[in-house]
Ligand binder design. Structure first.
Ligand code: GLN
Length: 534
C-alpha cells in the first residue's frame, strides 16, 4: 500500500511550495524509495495548457504530452521521477468530469454534492498514481490554506488520512514566519492562524516547514511547536538559500526531515546518499569562471515563462563548473535597433514562442550570432527563426517566413504539416510530448548526445517545410536530426561555426542538475570556450 505525503501552504503564496515538495521528493528517492509526485491546482481552468504564460509562467510538457504547471518541472528536475498527465489536476477538470458524469446519468438522479462527489473525484485522481512499485505518493495542494476554492481539496486529503490510517500519511505545512524589521522580531501568529485553519477542517500537520528571512531562535521554534501542535523537532527552518534552489534538499535533510518521514512511516532505509547534491552545490559555490548567455524573448515573457530554459542553462554551467550570467534580451528592442546587448554575451539562445510579436528581432539575433560566430542555440520557435534567417540571408530566398507570421510568404520555409505535400495532417493540432528522433552521424548533436537515437518533448504546430530541404542543404544547412521515418526535420546545424544548433523540440524539459542535458552542456561549453579563447 502506498504511503502519502501532502504538502499545503499557508499565509502567502510564492513561498516556493513546488520547490519544497520537489526537495522532499528528492530526499525520498535518495533513500531508495520509489515515488510519484503530483500537484492539485484549485483554480477553475480545465487545462493549464491554455493559460497565459504572463500569469502562470511556463507550460511544462510531459512525455505523454500533457501541458502542465511549471512545478512539475521542479519535480522532475529534483527527483527524476517521471510525471505525466496524471500529475497535474485542476479544480476545473474535477468539476468538469463530475458534471459530465451527472449529465450522463451516472449518479442515477441522486443529489450531486461537494462531499462526496467532488471530494471522491479528487481522491480518485490522487489514488490514480498508485502502482504496485510505487512506495510514496507526494501531493502538493496549490494555493494557500484559507482560499475558498481550495477547501474541498483539503477535505479530500483529510479523508485520505482517515482511509489510509494516520501512520501512512504525512501532512507537511509550509508556512511563512516573517521578520518585522520595525519591531526587530520574528512573528509566529500568521503560522498559528494558518494551522488553525487546517485544524478546523480536521488536518493536524505533522511537520511545519518555515520559510523565513532569519534563522529561527529556540524560543520561536518552541512557540511554533506549542501553538501549531507539532513536535519541536518537526519545526523545520527553510531560510532563503544563498546560492541556488538546489541547496534546499540539503537544508531539509540536515534538520532530519527525511529521517522523520521514515520514522512516521515506520520504514527502514539507509541514510540518504546526498553526494550528487553536494557535488552540484560545490560546482555552484566555487565556479572557475563565468559565462554570459543572452536569452532573446518577448519582454514580459522573460520573467517566468522560460523557467526550464533558465534551469537547463544553470545545469549546463554546473557541468562546466562555471557561473551563469543570464542576460535577458527583449526581441522587440533588437527590432528597434538596440542591438548592443548581443555584443556583450558569449552565447545566444532563442527559446520557444508563439505569435507575431518579436519574431523579426529573433531572426536578427540569429543573423548576428551566425555572422559573428557567437554560439547559438535555437529551440522550437528558435529553430524556425534560424531556418527563416538562413533561407533569407544565405540562400537568397527573399521574404522567407513561417506561415504562422506571413501566410502569403513566397517562401514558406516553415509551415503547418497539412500545408505540405504528402504528409498526414495533424489538423492544426499541436505536436505534443515525446517523439523519437534519428540523428545524422558525425554531427555536433550526435557527438553531444553520444547516440543516434533520442527522444525529446514537443509543443508546436509548425514544421520545417520539406519542399525547401534541398535548397537549404545546398546553402550549407545540415539536417542533423529527423523523425525516424525522416518525414519531419527535427534539428538543423551549420558548419564552420563554434556552435550553431537549432532543435524543433524542447530539450530544456529533460535536463537535471546532476544530469545536465547534453545540448545545454555543449552550448554553454562552446560559449565559455569562445570567451576564454579570445
Ligand atoms: N509557434 C511555433 C509553432 O507552433 C513554435 C512553438 C514553440 O516555440 N513552442 O510551431
Amino acid at each position: 500500500m502506498a504511503k502519502y505525503i501532502f504538502i499545503t501552504g499557508g499565509v502567502v503564496s510564492s513561498l516556493g511550495k513546488g520547490i519544497t515538495a520537489a526537495a522532499v521528493g528528492s530526499l525520498l528517492t535518495s533513500r531508495g524509495l520509489r515515488i510519484r509526485i503530483m500537484k492539485l491546482d484549485p483554480y477553475l481552468n480545465v487545462d493549464p495548457g491554455t493559460m497565459s504564460p504572463y500569469q502562470h509562467g511556463e507550460v511544462y510538457v510531459t512525455d505523454d504530452g500533457a501541458e502542465t504547471d511549471l512545478d512539475l518541472g521542479h519535480y522532475e528536475r529534483f527527483t527524476g521521477a517521471p510525471t505525466s498527465r496524471k500529475s497535474n489536476v485542476t479544480a476545473g477538470r474535477i468539476y468538469w468530469d463530475v458534471l459530465e458524469k451527472e449529465r450522463r446519468g451516472d449518479y442515477l438522479g441522486g443529489t450531486v454534492q461537494m462531499i462526496p462527489h467532488i471530494s471522491n473525484e479528487i481522491k480518485s485522481r490522487i489514488r490514480a498514481l498508485e502502482e504496485p512499485d510505487v512506495d510514496v505518493i507526494l501531493c502538493e495542494i496549490g494555493g494557500t490554506v484559507g482560499d475558498i476554492e481550495g477547501s474541498i481539496f483539503l477535505e479530500a486529503i483529510r479523508e485520505i488520512g482517515l482511509e489510509q490510517g494516520r501512520d501512512n500519511v504525512v501532512y507537511i505545512h509550509l508556512t511563512y514566519v516573517p521578520f518585522i524589521a520595525a519591531a526587530g522580531e520574528v512573528k509566529t501568529k500568521p503560522s498559528q492562524q494558518s494551522v488553525a485553519k487546517l485544524r478546523e477542517i480536521g488536518i493536524m500537520p505533522d511537520i511545519l516547514i518555515c520559510r523565513a528571512e532569519v534563522p529561527l531562535s529556540m524560543e520561536v521554534r518552541k512557540k511554533l511547536s506549542l501553538f501549531c501542535n507539532v513536535p519541536l523537532h518537526s519545526v523545520i527552518e527553510e531560510t532563503d538559500v544563498k546560492h541556488s534552489i538546489y541547496e534546499v534538499p540539503l537544508v531539509l535533510s540536515d534538520q532530519g526531515l527525511d529521517e522523520q518521514i521514515m520514522v512516521h512511516f515506520r520504514i527502514a532505509r539507509p541514510q540518504a546518499d546526498l553526494t550528487p547534491w553536494r557535488k552540484v552545490i560545490n560546482a555552484i559555490r566555487n565556479p572557475r569562471g563565468e559565462v554570459s548567455i543572452g536569452v532573446v524573448g518577448k519582454y514580459q515573457e522573460l520573467q517566468d515563462a522560460y523557467k526550464s530554459i533558465f534551469e537547463a542553462l544553470d545545469h549546463g554551467c554546473i557541468a562546466h563548473s562555471i557561473k551563469l550570467n543570464l542576460v535577458k534580451i527583449a526581441s522587440e528592442d533588437l527590432e528597434k535597433g538596440k542591438t548592443a546587448a548581443i555584443d556583450t554575451v558569449d552565447g545566444i539562445l532563442i527559446p520557444g514562442g508563439f505569435g507575431h510579436r518579436g519574431v523579426e528581432g529573433k531572426v536578427l539575433a540569429v543573423q548576428m550570432a551566425r555572422e559573428k560566430g557567437i554560439p547559438f542555440f535555437g529551440i522550437c520557435m528558435g529553430l524556425q527563426c534560424a531556418v527563416i534567417e538562413f533561407a533569407r540571408n544565405v540562400c537568397g530566398l527573399a521574404n522567407a517566413n513561417t506561415t504562422e507570421i506571413d501566410p502569403q510568404s513566397p517562401h514558406p520555409v516553415v509551415c503547418l504539416m497539412e500545408e505540405q505535400k504528402g504528409l498526414t495532417t495533424l489538423g492544426g493540432n499541436m505536436r505534443l510530448g515525446a517523439w523519437h528522433c534519428k540523428l545524422k552521424p558525425d554531427t555536433r548533436v550526435a557527438k553531444a548526445y553520444d547516440t543516434l537515437n533520442i527522444s525529446e518533448r514537443h509543443r508546436h504546430r509548425y514544421e520545417f517545410n520539406n519542399d525547401y530541404r534541398e535548397k537549404l542543404q545546398e546553402g550549407g544547412l545540415i539536417l542533423a536530426g529527423t523523425t525516424p521515418d525522416e518525414s519531419l526535420v527535427e534539428i538543423v546545424e551549420i558548419k564552420d561555426h563554434p556552435w550553431f544548433v537549432a532543435v524543433q523540440f524542447h530539450p530544456e524539459f529533460k535536463s537535471q542538475p546532476f544530469n545536465p542535458h547534453p545540448l545545454f552542456a555543449g552550448f554553454v561549453g562552446a560559449a565559455y570556450a569562445r570567451k576564454t579563447d579570445g
